[in-house]
Design a protein around this ligand. Sequence first.
Ligand SMILES: [Ca+2]
Ligand SMILES: [Ca+2]
Length: 145
Amino acid sequence: MALKYLCLVLCVTFFAMEVHGRNEYVAYKRAINFYEAFQQCRLYGGHLASIESADENARVVTAVKAAGDFSKDWLIGATDLGNEGTFIWTGVNRKATYLNFNGGEPSNNDGSEHCVAIGSTAGSKWNDVPCNAKVEGFVCAYIRL
Ligand SMILES: [Ca+2]
Ligand SMILES: [Ca+2]
């Protein structure tokens, strides 16, 4: 009986850990656009970074600063390509509810900014940029148990 109980506790614990897996972020310095970055993170076994809390945002900033120049644009995985003004996280298939856009952003300049970068003039906040723009680098997230 005790063994069964132990098993139940462990299974529930592991299930909870999987559901609430922690994102680990790695930034890569490479001239790349959103589409390329999206695919590259998938090929690495992760996803273009989703950011769903201030804590995750802070960890993305740390990852970017470790990889290169934070005064340039680094792609993260939010996009409003399919529905202007509504951003989703492509990697986890969720609507972006935690939003951290810089003042005046998302600006959707020329009706053509549907992808999101952190860094540059926005600092640790976000700016929408053209999806086909080659930026300084990108951030992948890897879900760790
Ligand atoms: Ca847009
Ligand atoms: Ca913008």
